[in-house]
Design a binder for this molecule. Structure first.
Ligand code: NAD
Ligand code: AHE
Ligand code: ZN
Length: 369
């Protein structure tokens, strides 16, 4: 079938809106009509050419909501008409990772997903007869996409897709990092570096956990109003100080914060986030994705003196089991999604979403088909 799609033909170039060909779903696969997709910084990261797994031409997008159109042979977990959120972290329920009870990092389709193809090693997308790569097992920048059945969460059809698409990545990642990875407890102090969709979701999660002090940090002070709305108690701009930001946070708190979160993808800031964690027990969670060749460093003494360095993917959330409940929480007002959606646009204007992100003017742009 034909599908309107925003295709990244080459790194660093704007997406092109074209009509691509989408082949029917094979065994274990599902054809989904995407109705809405958010634009996450990770899409921009891969488009920039910095992603070691980046492949072109590709249909990017991994923060979507849609409706099942057709299922391939053997698929029983979803049916046409189901409202779904595609998952870049699949959940097969059977692999060593799924059954461990220790992680959400299912490996059922991860190897082929990283190569931009479906589990049989081929793509369902093509343009002028040439194959186009899939992205993160989702490719939500195409009106019709094909995903593995283990990469779909079935959600309440009454949920607003313009909002719950954000549970496909940004909001789930931030909130999950607080509850599943850091396990923030009542009264704990928190520092959040980077106040985009991810950092603001961390703040929302920290407020849910009844954290005490929530220090929000960004070089763009236009993010501070929303951070305060979500629960930040202090907002600081590293550019306002002539000393390292970790020193500022330590001086504000005495010995540092119980939990810090890096939500930018900057390895220098990752170091600052670790070093502002409390001596003896403070922990720092890396959420940001850093480019090819980047490495983190700190004095080992920082770890010897009790700080822990951690990381999280999709906030540790198991998508098929836990996302439906998060959608219910959003419908019940326990998770706020509307304030994240600062811009909406049709697919034709998707490049504006990337511009707004780079200019620091948006939190989330949501594209509708
Ligand atoms: P975003 O661009 O919306 O937000 C980033 C924020 O960081 C901006 O407000 C920007 O002003 C701020 N910033 C930039 N440099 C800074 C600095 N030196 N000091 C302080 N603030 C600074 O991005 P986003 O969509 O919120 O994504 C954030 C990061 O999280 C990206 O690296 C993205 O790839 C990653 N991410 C990871 C996961 C995961 O599962 N681990 C999931 C989603 C996104
Ligand atoms: N492809 C990159 C890694 C990118 C990465 O870390 N992705 C996160 C999700 S970002 C969502 O916005 C993730 O889930 N990682 C775990 C996984 O299995 O991909 C690289 O460095 O090669
Ligand atoms: Zn994302």
């Amino acid at each position: 079938m034909k599908s309107r799609a925003a295709v990244a033909f080459a790194a660093g170039e704007p997406l092109q809106i074209v009509e691509i060909d989408v082949a029917p779903p094979k065994a274990g696969e599902v054809l989904v009509k995407i109705t809405h997709t958010g634009v996450c910084h990770t899409d921009a990261f891969t488009l920039s050419g910095e992603d070691p797994e980046g492949l072109f031409p590709v249909v990017l997008g991994h923060e979507g909501a849609g409706i099942v159109v057709e299922v391939g042979e053997g698929v029983t977990s979803v049916k046409p008409g189901d409202h779904v959120i595609p998952l870049y972290t699949a959940e097969c329920g059977k692999c060593e990772f799924c059954t461990s009870g220790k992680t959400n990092l299912c490996v059922a389709v991860r190897a082929t997903q990283g190569k931009g193809v479906m589990p049989d090693g081929t793509s369902r997308f093509s343009y002028n007869g040439q194959p186009i790569y899939h992205y993160m097992g989702c490719s939500t920048f195409s009106e019709y996409t094909v995903v593995a059945d283990v990469s779909l969460a079935v959600v309440n059809p009454d949920a607003n897709p313009e909002h719950v698409c954000l549970l496909g990545c940004g909001v789930t990642t931030g909130i999950g990092a607080v509850h599943n990875t850091a396990k923030v407890a009542e009264g704990d102090s928190v520092a959040v570096f980077g106040l985009g969709g991810i950092g603001l979701a961390v703040i929302q999660g920290a407020r849910q956990a009844k954290a005490g002090r929530i220090i929000a940090i960004d070089t763009n002070p236009s993010k501070f109003d929303l951070a305060k709305e979500f629960g930040a108690t202090d907002c600081i701009n590293p550019k306002d100080f002539d000393k390292p930001i970790q020193q500022v946070v330590v001086e504000m708190t005495g010995w540092g914060v119980d939990h810090s979160f890096e939500c930018i993808g900057n390895t220098e800031v990752m170091r600052a986030a670790l070093e502002c964690a409390h001596r003896g027990w403070g922990q720092s969670v890396i959420i940001g994705v850093a480019g090819a060749g980047k490495e983190i460093s700190t004095r080992p003494f920082q770890l010897v003196t009790g700080r822990k360095w951690m990381g999280t993917a999709f906030g540790g959330v198991k998508g098929r089991s836990q996302l439906p409940g998060m959608v219910e929480d959003a419908m019940a007002g326990k998770i706020e999604l509307a304030p994240f959606v600062t811009h909406t646009m049709g697919l034709d204007a998707i490049n504006e979403a990337f511009e707004l992100m780079h200019e620091g003017k948006s939190i989330r742009s949501v594209v509708h088909y």
